[in-house]
Design a protein around this ligand. Structure first.
Ligand code: NAP
Length: 335
């Protein structure tokens, strides 16, 4: 089989090769998937550049990629949840990265039947962003009484989060770019805020739940708008070392020393605001994907695919993503 192999970490696509790669062996609790489409996430570029390298339990060369849709072609002897021929989707998990490949082997408890209404290209865009959005909203107990602010409200993660929050009946505020106001409304955002023209603090106050997909100054300013007893969930605050280990990642001693220093500022801000800070780490889960499948089938979840590239064209797809012109997910599809 052919796969997009990262030969070494680097800033350019010269470190990638679309090469023959050994088909992985199948364990008793695993399934083999014939990949139809994969979606690119920001973490794929960060991984190419080596940003999470101290967390990964492997080093280059390895196959990149996290989000995929395909068909089951083989099941291990202990698998009862899936059958050969099932159309499925999955987030591989950082510890089993390797979606940008013609065939992928994954534990069955990371794979679920994909929503019937979605094409393989659309379904591939859901797993990582959708699982993050679900765990954030669950952490905030978001329901119809909640006032919710999502930063980056039409992004990959934010766009799913606003739809799920709106389906739960919450009053949804979201920060988005100037040209994305109408798109945000169409996803269920009652109060879109143009982050380039307006300070969100002037519009969103006394929030029960803030979902920070942006980080930096946006997270720092969020403590002013969350109410006492509320929750701020962030994709940009690292979780405790033990949570990294549970997710199959490494937590070397120097990281264990550093983590309390890195999180000291946000933890102090949360205490001062009388709110709870929840770091969100994407964790693969078939049960989570089954929930997303139900939501996507009724009442429905929309993903925005910006451009579909041939499966071979990962370099061009990364360039398009990094150009800043992509309005939605970038996808590779097998011919
Ligand atoms: N911790 C985890 O497990 C985890 C999981 C998933 C993602 N992440 C990280 O979370 C981030 C978001 O991921 P994504 O997939 O949603 O990315 P994405 O699809 O690129 O979306 C990012 C969105 O944020 C918007 N944005 C940029 N600056 C903003 C600001 N100052 N205020 C409000 N919105 C702003 C962008 O709008 P414009 O188009 O106007 O720039 C874009 O719509 C990435 O850094 C990713 O690596 C972490």
């Amino acid at each position: 089989m052919r796969a997009h192999v990262l030969k070494k970490y680097g800033k350019t696509n010269a470190v990638l090769a679309f090469d023959e790669h050994q088909d992985p062996a199948l364990g008793p609790d695993e399934v083999r998937i014939d990949v139809e489409a994969v979606a690119l996430n920001p973490v794929d570029i960060k991984t190419r550049e080596g940003e999470p390298k101290m967390l990964l339990p492997f080093a280059p060369p390895f196959v990149l990629g996290s989000d995929l849709a395909g068909k089951v072609v083989e099941v291990g002897s202990g698998v009862t949840s899936l059958r050969v021929g099932d159309p499925v989707y999955a987030y591989t998990g950082m510890d089993r990265m390797g979606a940008f490949s013609e065939h992928v082997v994954l534990p069955a408890d990371r794979v679920a039947r994909r929503p019937g209404a979605l094409s393989a290209e659309d379904a591939a865009c859901l797993p990582l962003p959708g699982l993050c959005a679900l765990s954030a909203l669950d952490a905030g107990n978001v329901d119809k009484a909640s006032r919710v602010l999502v930063h980056g409200g039409v992004g990959g993660v934010g766009g799913i989060a606003v739809q799920l929050a709106s389906q739960r009946g919450a009053e949804v505020f979201a920060t988005v770019g100037t040209s994305d106001i109408e798109r945000a409304r169409s996803l269920g955002v009652g109060h879109p805020i143009d982050y380039r023209a307006q300070r969100f603090e002037d519009v969103a106050r006394e929030m029960d739940f803030v979902f920070d997909t942006v980080g930096g100054d946006t997270l720092k300013r969020s403590w002013r708008v969350v109410k006492r007893g509320g929750v701020v969930a962030s994709l940009h605050v690292p979780p405790p070392a033990d949570a990294l280990v549970v997710a199959g990642l490494r937590a070397p001693w120097f990281l264990r020393l550093l983590l309390p220093l890195i999180t000291r500022g946000p933890c102090a801000a949360a205490a001062k605001a009388g709110a709870r800070l929840v770091p969100i780490l994407s964790v693969p889960s078939a049960a989570g994907l089954e929930r997303l499948t139900r939501e996507a089938e009724s009442p429905g979840l929309r993903v925005t695919v910006d451009k579909v590239f041939p499966f071979e064209a990962l370099g061009a797809a990364f360039e398009h993503m990094q150009s800043g012109n992509a309005k939605g997910r970038v996808v590779l599809k097998r011919g």
